[in-house]
Design a protein around this ligand. Structure first.
Ligand code: MLC
Length: 507
């Protein structure tokens, strides 16, 4: 039993049906049988490189077939995929490879020069293979002579880790969340039931595949059902609307920034999306204007759901029934949700705002090699502390209304201000700083740094942004810098970010 069982079942049921189709160059289309053959060859190739169950395989690749084959081949062999955002600069990348002890690393040929210097200092890394996804023959020839390997060998336990995804935190370096086969299976089953996935669904996939949303919810969801996935390598608003119409897609999943960009396509209203049966939104709070804008422009009521890396999907508005504006809906089948007082941790009654805690087969097994951080993120009786604040209405609907953690979500990506602050204060001109998220129509929240310089120093905002972009992923770097003489602090010396937001962020 592994989370690939349902995919393998679908290979048997629908061998000649299109499983994956890349709709921009290089154009690639594979049936379920063809995909299965290539995964088997990829598994054989990985075995020839010495991959053993439990080993980590890091992937820092664009959205390409090679990524999908390596991921499925890796987990099929009982090893662990480590998907990495392409935006990570060499310093961050080195930390992920080192911390995870990755044995194999697949990266883009175009990044070779940039990352060559970090490779010799990684003792666990046995091989780094550079790929060029615009030349599919390169990977084909790598795997061509591999023995076909039966990657369906059962894993020893559903508690085995399938994927590690790094998440940042308010303290210390990012932590690798270990997601097990059991987590993936339970969440696939819950979403199958909740969203009525059907084998004749056609999913248009525009998200990156190195996160939970694009990889587990969208791609795994479709493969688990025997549906067809059309993949767009880089999101484009107009092309998305055209494809949804021309290819008669039935399912579309995105983050609010993408939905907003669809609404911004000048002639959006002329695209008839009435044949779609499901359009979901997640990874960030869905603004009311986007919810109503979608109803007005496309006649569709977006289905908002709530999840996170450590838990997969937790809650969803119903497929049939009321999709309540501003609410993330009801707990998914098998997921238990409770609200507790963030200080005393005592459970709260309906209607009161508290921190959400989760329990269920969807909850990850812990942070990679970080037992202290793992135990700190669970209550004594085994509930995962999400750090999200919200309340439950009498009829069970849950509404999120803030975070107990200092966290910014921009375009569906999590950014922890302390990580950015640590980089900014390394600049010789910077005395202190505070990084906040300002509400923004496009990004949800826009990373904004409020900076106090050392006496007599001068430096431009552009220079500080450039400094951050050299050391951090671009999406984490501030989009604007505001200079101040000092920062508002409480009696304990803690910066009052709520006050700063009021004075710094445009209303
Ligand atoms: C790109 N940029 C971002 C950004 N994405 N900046 C802040 N936040 C982001 N999310 C940078 C680009 O590098 C670029 O820098 C500049 O902003 C403008 O880029 P763009 O070309 O306009 O952006 P684009 O590449 O089109 O990307 C926007 C996007 C993308 C919305 C399509 O961010 C995206 O795919 N987001 C989805 C993320 C996601 O899948 N999250 C799920 C996490 S899982 P420059 O150099 O040009 O200035 C999870 C759990 C759950 O949260 O529940 O789902």
């Amino acid at each position: 039993m592994s989370f690939l069982n349902s995919f393998i079942e679908n290979v048997r049921k629908y061998p000649n049906k299109t499983a994956l189709e890349f709709i921009d160059p290089p154009l690639q289309r594979l049936t379920y049988a063809e995909l299965d053959q290539l995964v088997q060859r990829t598994a054989g190739y990985l075995q020839s490189l010495g991959l053993q169950p439990g080993d980590r395989v890091a992937l820092q690749l664009s959205k390409c077939l090679e990524f999908i084959l390596l991921h499925l081949g890796t987990v099929g062999l009982g090893a662990i995929t480590l998907p990495l955002n392409l935006a990570y600069p060499p310093d961050e990348l080195k930390y992920f490879l080192e911390d995870s002890g990755a044995k194999l690393f697949f990266a883009l040929e175009s990044s070779e020069e940039k990352i060559q210097s970090i490779l010799p200092n990684l003792p666990d890394l046995q091989e780094c293979i550079f790929l060029n996804p615009s030349e599919p023959n390169q990977f084909n020839s790598l795997i061509a002579n591999s023995l076909i390997t039966n990657y369906q060998s059962p894993i020893s336990s559903l508690q085995d880790t399938a994927v590690i995804i790094y998440t940042s935190g308010t303290t210390g370096r990012p932590k690798g969340a270990q997601i097990t086969h059991g987590n993936l299976i339970s969440n696939l089953q819950a979403l199958h039931e909740a969203w009525g996935w059907q084998h004749d669904d056609i999913l248009l996939h525009v998200l990156p595949i190195f996160h939970v949303h694009g990889l587990f919810v969208a791609l795994h969801g479709a493969l688990n059902t025997g549906a067809t996935t059309l993949l767009m390598r880089d999101f484009d608003g107009r092309k998305t609307l055209q494809t949804l119409v021309e290819r008669r897609c039935t399912v579309f999943m995105a983050v609010p920034t993408i939905h907003q960009r669809l609404l911004d396509v000048p002639d959006a209203k002329t695209f008839d999306l009435s044949h779609l049966r499901l359009i979901t939104s997640g990874s960030d709070r869905l603004p009311d204007e986007v919810f109503t804008g979608f109803q007005g422009t496309f006649g569709h009521t977006l289905l908002e759901r709530y999840g996170m890396t450590e838990t997969g999907m937790n809650c969803s508005n119903p497929l049939h029934g009321e999709r309540r504006i501003g609410s993330v809906g009801l707990p998914l089948p098998g997921v238990e949700v409770r609200l507790v007082d963030p200080e005393s941790r005592a459970p709260l009654p309906d209607g009161e705002i508290g921190e959400l805690e989760m329990r269920g087969p969807n909850v990850f097994k812990g942070y990679w090699r970080q037992p202290d951080k793992t135990s700190a993120s669970f209550s004594a009786d085994g509930w995962f502390r999400t750090g999200d604040l919200g309340f439950r209405e009498k009829d069970g609907y849950i509404t999120l209304c803030g975070r107990s953690k200092d966290l910014i979500i921009s375009g569906g990506l999590n950014i922890y201000p302390p990580e950015v602050e640590r980089v900014l204060v390394e600049h010789p001109a910077v005395d202190s700083c505070a990084v906040i998220g300002c509400l923004d129509k496009e990004w949800g929240e826009k990373v904004t740094a409020v900076v106090v310089l050392h006496k007599g120093e001068t430096v431009s905002g552009e220079e500080l942004i450039r400094f951050c972009r050299e050391r951090l992923a671009v999406y984490k770097s501030p989009k604007s810098i505001v200079f101040r003489d000092d920062l508002p602090r409480n009696a304990m010396g803690k910066v009052q970010k709520a006050d700063l937001r009021k004075t710094v962020c445009p209303h």
